[in-house]
Design a protein. Structure first.
Length: 283
């Protein structure tokens, strides 16, 4: 989620230089002085040291994110008691986060020319951000169905194949659309859909932001309704104190995922909404 915060800062709003066919092929790990100079010529307000610091901070935080996701996968594979439906949803979130984070660690437009295949790989890899948001929304949906509507967990678990089709299929399909018009390229701090015409604006909305504006409010509302119903049920339930505490612990951990989604993506949503309304005035 910290990678996401870096992604949506002011760097994404800048008009970054696009390398031409005669550009030097830069190393993904050694930012060169020439791209820094070109960036400053475009009016960006960051110094060379700040740009390099952001890139290295992204790699460091990304390493922690990858380590956390790998720990979840390792725990799931080692402990049989963790292989439940609810835990599988968490594992799918970890996988999507891991793939998205890996795409960020490839480099940036400072180190990748727009002709580089790695720029396309990074741009397409960001489709896994939508996968992560969708999987978190599935957690919110499962909690809402089981707690608020009191649907049998077996009936909810039967929807798991459809969840996979939605959470993997939809992002991968939408992420392929920009390849049709060759709209992937340097788009701020990272490679994504280049902000160069009205079609690119529409693609950005279709590929990611439309779903974000739908799913984040859904998670917020579902979370509130689930918390209210769970609290009411716990108060009226006569269970041993130890069992109640275990139930509270499990529920709180699960409900944190949709809550973190709302907290992390709300600034990005506000920023993007402001850019849509007043495209000539970035905050």
């Amino acid at each position: 989620m910290l990678i996401t915060a870096l992604r949506v800062n002011g760097l994404r709003s800048q008009s970054w230089p696009t390398a031409n066919a005669s550009s030097v092929a830069y190393s993904p790990f050694e930012p060169d002085a020439e791209p820094h100079r070109l960036l400053q010529d475009q009016g960006a307000s960051l110094t060379d040291g700040e740009i390099d610091g952001l890139l290295w901070l992204t790699r460091i935080v990304g390493s922690f994110s990858l380590a956390g996701s790998l720990f979840i996968l390792l725990s799931f594979s080692c402990f049989r008691e963790l292989r439940t439906f609810q835990t599988r949803l968490v594992v799918m979130m970890a996988v999507s986060d891991m793939l998205a984070t890996a795409s960020y660690m490839i480099g940036s437009p400072l180190t990748l020319s727009d002709e580089s295949v790695w720029c396309d790989v990074q741009a397409y890899g960001q489709t896994f951000l939508l996968s992560s948001v969708l999987w978190v929304s599935c957690v919110a949906y499962v909690l809402y169905q089981s707690v608020v509507r009191e649907v049998d967990m077996g009936a909810i678990e039967a929807l798991e194949p459809r969840m996979h089709a939605l959470c993997w299929g939809l992002p991968l399909l939408l992420g392929a659309l920009p390849f049709i018009w060759k709209d992937y390229g340097p788009a701020g701090a990272w490679c994504w859909i280049q902000d160069q015409n009205d079609r690119a604006h529409v693609l950005r909305i279709m590929v990611f932001y439309l779903w974000l504006f739908i799913l984040v409010p859904f998670c917020a509302v579902a979370n509130l309704m689930t918390l209210r119903k769970f609290t009411t049920t716990i108060v009226a339930t006569e269970l041993p104190p130890a069992q109640l505490e275990r139930m509270r612990g499990v529920f709180k951990r699960l409900v944190l995922y949709p809550l973190i989604l709302v907290v992390c993506w709300l600034p990005a949503m506000v920023n993007r909404a402001q850019q849509f309304i007043t495209p000539d005035r970035y905050i």
